[in-house]
Every structure is written in structure tokens, then in C-alpha cells.
Design a binder for this molecule. Structure first.
Ligand code: HAM
Length: 415
């Protein structure tokens, strides 16, 4: 019996991979405009890094991490997200010493032991960006605008930006207490998880999908009513800056995020097109994380998008590259000439396909259709004798007679 892949771990096959390259190229292009540089960090980190940053009472750390003890008795984890690793690297290499402001982006696989379904996998891919060292709300607006710019670059209008503020260590405890009291008054309606977490992580109940929790949290107090003066001011200014550059958003006071490091601005780009996996991208400010991980006291903000979810939104589009030429050749001599021309054209930067199996002209033309080449050149004995052949533009259907010369063929395609 043949061996299959692991559940929740997907192959990204040719045909689909071109969509991924398109998404990655758009991210590099757009993030470059905003001055971001790429950073690459390892997949495996010490387990402690994620417990300390994401938080012990989160679903990710409690239930979803791929953790194991390696042969050297070290507790290690396959990263469930990128922010903790990027900040670990930022601190470890003292990137802040040269400049506390770092604008970094990353792409790669992440691992969470979740129940797989459409848009939710155990190995999934994120493209993310992080900014350190700027507390000013203009950077909140800039990061959000860059994220929306990325989706516009892909011609996707669907994901809609929702924002919230989770306050800071000064004002959040007050809100947590008020929410805890509210939830305790309706505890019999809550699911087991939310009941258990009522003291450690009461905010998660606002985000819980269980019907009882949804009902119990209707009319729950809003976090925005409990922000301290500075957090309130930060949120108001973030909104103002978003509006000044035309980045549209709505406020969702029930958005709590599943990671503990967030402070102040949090956000999600949501869509109705992916069923229950509605968040295509998400992130927020984490002004305490860098110091919590042993670094200097510097603020941070960032986001990550799920590449599989972005790819699902682009489902209808075909990003496969069309070859410039398909050369059909009949007979051994013509095949040899086709091979010589193909190689010459490729050296000049043109993409070319031909059939190597010596099939009939009909079958070769079927192959040309499959490749969807821009131009087809048909070579037979007569063409070899004449030194020229009909070059067919496959979009317009027009044919021109061209000399069998690499430079002439290149020019014919360029015009
Ligand atoms: P997150 O909300 O856990 O945030 O994940 C960000 C995005 O990754 C989600 O919105 C979703 O598109 C995608 N994603 C998450 N889990 C899965 C999964 N199992 N399958 C497919 N896609 C998934 C973070 O990871 C934070 N590090 C974001 C951030 C960066 N915050 C600040 N900087």
C-alpha cells in the first residue's frame, strides 16, 4: 500500500503553487513600498518561548502545539505562529541596538493541532509583518493600511477590516473583572471550556462559537467603555488616521484574539466567503511582549495572514504562466530543428514547450492548447527546406510567415 501524507498537512501542487507565488510576490512588492525587510527564522523553537508569549491559558498553548522532547532532552515546539520567534530573534541579535524601529516581514509554515476543515489545517502558512519601536497610532494606521493595500493589490475587495482595542495592563484588569462578574451571573449557559477559563481568560467567552456562550454573552459589557485615558486617545487617533487615508473599517468590540500578548489595537480582516474560518488576516499591538521576552521596553505591532485562506479567496483565478511558444514538429529532422530553436529561444529569455514523443500533429496541437501558449510554430519537411514557417498567434488566430531564426522569432513575439 502506498504511503499518504498526514491529515491536515497539504501538498501544494503545480497549478496551485502559481497562485501562492502570486500572493507572495504581491506581499513582497507592497511591503517593500512601506520599507519592510524580510526575516527568516527557524521552524523549531524552545517550547517556553510560546508559553511565555502566546500565554499558558490560550487554546494554542493548551491544546494545539506540536511539542516534543528531542534527543538531547530539550522541550521544543514547531512554531504555531511567527511573532514570538521574530521577537526572540530581534532580542537575541540585538537588532534594536542599531535602531529600535524594525520593520520586518516573514512567510512560512506554522503548525497547530486543530481539527482540519476547509481553511483550517495543521500545517498552514502565514505571511506576516511586525513593526517595533513606534508607539504612535500613525503606525497602527499604517500597518492596517498596508494590509488593506495588499488585498487591493490582489484585486480582492472581500475581506473587511474590523478593529478593536483591548486596553493595557492598567485598564484591562478592570474590564476583566466586570466581564468576569457578568459571566458568573450566567455561568450555567457557558460551555465547559469557558467555565473553566472564567478566572484565567474570561475574554475568550466573547469569541466562543458554542451556542450557549453566544447567548450568555449577548449584552456583555464593551471593552471600549473601560479604556483608560491613554488607550482611549490611542484608539481615537488610530481611527482618525485610518479615516484620513481612506482605509475603511468597522468596530467589533467582541473581537478578543486568541493570543495573550495583545495590548490596545487589535484587528481582523474577515470574510463571509470561507464559512466558519472567517479571519483571513489578524493582528494587533503588543507593547509588553518584547520586554516580557527579556528584551528592552519597546512597543510592537503586526499581523499575519493565512495564505491558504487568501488562496481560497482567489480560487477562480488561474495564475499559471503561459509559455511564449509551442513548437510542433513532424519528423525527426524537424524535431531536431525544433529542439535547436527551443533551446536558442530559452537562452534569450523566452519560455518554450515542445513535444518530445514524436506524436501526430493533431496530438501536438492538443498539447499546445493545454499549455495555452501565446504562439505556435509548426515545422515540417517543407518549412525546413524553405527556412521559414507559419507562426500562429493563438489569441487572435492570425498567422505570419517567419524565418526560422531565434532573433527573428524573438522579435515577432515582442511586436
Ligand atoms: P492568528 O490570528 O492566530 O494570529 O493567525 C493569523 C491568521 O493565520 C489567521 O487570521 C488565519 O488566516 C491564519 N490561520 C491561523 N490558524 C490557521 C489554521 N489552522 N489553518 C489555516 N490558517 C490559519 C497570529 O498568528 C499572530 N502571530 C498575528 C500577529 C502578528 N499579531 C501580531 N503580529
Amino acid at each position: 500500500m502506498s504511503i499518504t501524507g498526514i491529515k491536515g498537512f497539504n501538498d501544494i501542487l503545480p497549478g496551485e503553487v502559481e497562485k501562492w507565488q502570486h500572493i507572495e510576490a504581491a506581499a513582497r512588492r507592497v511591503f517593500g513600498l512601506y520599507g519592510f525587510s524580510e526575516i527568516r527564522v527557524p521552524i523549531l523553537e524552545k517550547t517556553e518561548l510560546f508559553c511565555r508569549s502566546i500565554g499558558d491559558s490560550t487554546d494554542i498553548v493548551e491544546k494545539e502545539m506540536y511539542s516534543f522532547v528531542d534527543k538531547g532532552e530539550n522541550k521544543v515546539t514547531m512554531r504555531p505562529e511567527g511573532t514570538a520567534s521574530i521577537m526572540r530573534a530581534f532580542i537575541e541579535h540585538k537588532l534594536y541596538a542599531a535602531d529600535p524601529v524594525a520593520k520586518l516581514y516573514y512567510m512560512g509554515p506554522m503548525f497547530r493541532y486543530e481539527r482540519p476543515q476547509k481553511g483550517r489545517y495543521r500545517q498552514f502558512h502565514q505571511i506576516g509583518a511586525e513593526v517595533t519601536g513606534i508607539a504612535d497610532p500613525k503606525v497602527d494606521a499604517q500597518v492596517l493600511t498596508m494590509l488593506c493595500h495588499f488585498f487591493a493589490e490582489l484585486d480582492l475587495t472581500e475581506p473587511h477590516l474590523q478593529i478593536n482595542s483591548l486596553g493595557c495592563p492598567e485598564c484591562r484588569p478592570k474590564y476583566r473583572q466586570v466581564l468576569k462578574d457578568f459571566l458568573k451571573s450566567r455561568i450555567d449557559k457557558l460551555c465547559d471550556d469557558c467555565r473553566r477559563r472564567i478566572d484565567t481568560n474570561p475574554l475568550r467567552a466573547l469569541d466562543c462559537k458554542a451556542a450557549g456562550c453566544k447567548e450568555a454573552t449577548e449584552g456583555a459589557p464593551s471593552v471600549l467603555d473601560y479604556l483608560c485615558h491613554d488607550c482611549n486617545d490611542h484608539f481615537a487617533k488610530t481611527r482618525c488616521h485610518l479615516e484620513s487615508v481612506g482605509t475603511s473599517y468597522s468596530i467589533n468590540t467582541r473581537m478578543v484574539r486568541g493570543l495573550d500578548y495583545y495590548t490596545r489595537t487589535t484587528f481582523e480582516l474577515v470574510t463571509g466567503l470561507l464559512g466558519s474560518q472567517s479571519a483571513v488576516a489578524a493582528g494587533g499591538r503588543y507593547d509588553g511582549l518584547i520586554s516580557d521576552l527579556g528584551g528592552p521596553s519597546l512597543p510592537g505591532i503586526g499581523f499575519a495572514m493565512g495564505v491558504e485562506r487568501v488562496a481560497l479567496l482567489l480560487a477562480e483565478k488561474d495564475f499559471r504562466k503561459r509559455p511564449d511558444f509551442f513548437i510542433a514538429a513532424l519528423g525527426e529532422t524537424a524535431q531536431a530543428e525544433a529542439f535547436r530553436l527551443m533551446s536558442g529561444l530559452q537562452q534569450k529569455g523566452r519560455s518554450v514547450e515542445m513535444d518530445f514523443a514524436g506524436k501526430s500533429l493533431k496530438s501536438q496541437m492538443r498539447r499546445a492548447d493545454k499549455f495555452n501558449a501565446h504562439f505556435t510554430l509548426i515545422l515540417g519537411e517543407d518549412e525546413l527546406v524553405k527556412g521559414s514557417a507559419a507562426l500562429k498567434n493563438m489569441d487572435s488566430g492570425t498567422q505570419t510567415d517567419v524565418r526560422l531564426d531565434v532573433d527573428v522569432l524573438c522579435k515577432a513575439v515582442a511586436s
